[in-house]
Ligand binder design. Structure first.
Ligand code: GDP
Ligand code: MG
Length: 217
């Protein structure tokens, strides 16, 4: 067991990708091993935190930022990306257009996040393809080649079945902690989350120690 305040690194990670690819479901699957109770109706960004022990033994406090529909309008603010050490870029393996958008999302992350930010490309909804192979619109090899060319990690997953969701975050955090980009300040003031008291930081309960030099470095 890892205690809430017992960690070596604090890592901000952003979820990006077209609307409806399953970002919120992936977050909920990772945080609670469950599906979201209700669609997020919040305006603006929100984030959840989770303290976990990586397979390598490092304890990290992951701060994962979700979007709340503004991705539909390409209106994600700079605050979403600021000081992010990692990104989970999600597309839907059954919708080609969500994969085509990925190069734009990569550019946006590269522009707004930390210079050396690690991105993992996640092909979500793989359960649909397992059920019916004819629903696949994005081939594994094509996505893998795109990831290679753009320096991204890559995995196919399903928020619905839970397949590879934890692995995706584990792989990302391992890479982030290996790179250990220099960071110093918590920039999350003012954000709210609906993931419950056990897994969130809000300005009212946020510990002062999170404003120290604890971002991955
Ligand atoms: P977001 O807009 O990217 O946050 O997407 P959501 O998490 O709100 O999910 C959009 C829709 O896709 C919802 O109807 C989900 O039930 C569905 N969905 C999400 N993940 C999966 C998955 O892994 N498999 C399947 N079959 N459906 C999914
Ligand atoms: Mg969402």
């Amino acid at each position: 067991m890892v205690g809430e305040d017992d960690y070596d690194k604090l890592c901000k990670v952003v979820l990006v990708g077209d609307v409806s690819v399953g970002k919120t479901h992936i977050l909920s699957r990772y945080m609670k091993d469950d599906l979201p109770k209700a669609p997020a109706a919040t305006i603006g960004v929100e984030f959840a935190t989770k303290t976990c022990k990586l397979p390598s033994g490092t304890n990290i406090k992951a701060q994962i930022w979700d979007t709340a529909g503004q991705e539909r309008y390409r209106a994600i603010t700079r605050a979403h990306y600021r000081r992010a050490a990692g990104a989970v870029l999600v597309y839907d393996v059954t919708r080609q257009e969500t994969f085509r958008s990925c190069s734009n999302w990569v550019a946006e992350v590269r522009e707004g996040a930390l210079p050396d930010a690690t991105i993992i490309l996640v092909g979500n909804k793989i359960d649909l393809v397992e059920q019916d192979p004819s629903t696949r619109q994005v081939y594994h090899d094509v996505a893998q080649e795109f990831a290679r060319q753009n320096g991204l990690l890559f995995i196919e997953a399903s928020a619905l079945s839970g397949a590879h969701v934890k692995e995706a975050f584990d792989i990302l955090f391992e890479e982030v902690t290996v790179k250990s980009p220099k960071e110093s300040k918590n920039e999350s003031d003012g954000a709210v989350s609906d993931y419950g008291a056990g897994v969130t930081i809000s300005p009212s309960n946020r510990k002062n120690k999170t404003s120290g030099c604890e971002y991955c470095g």
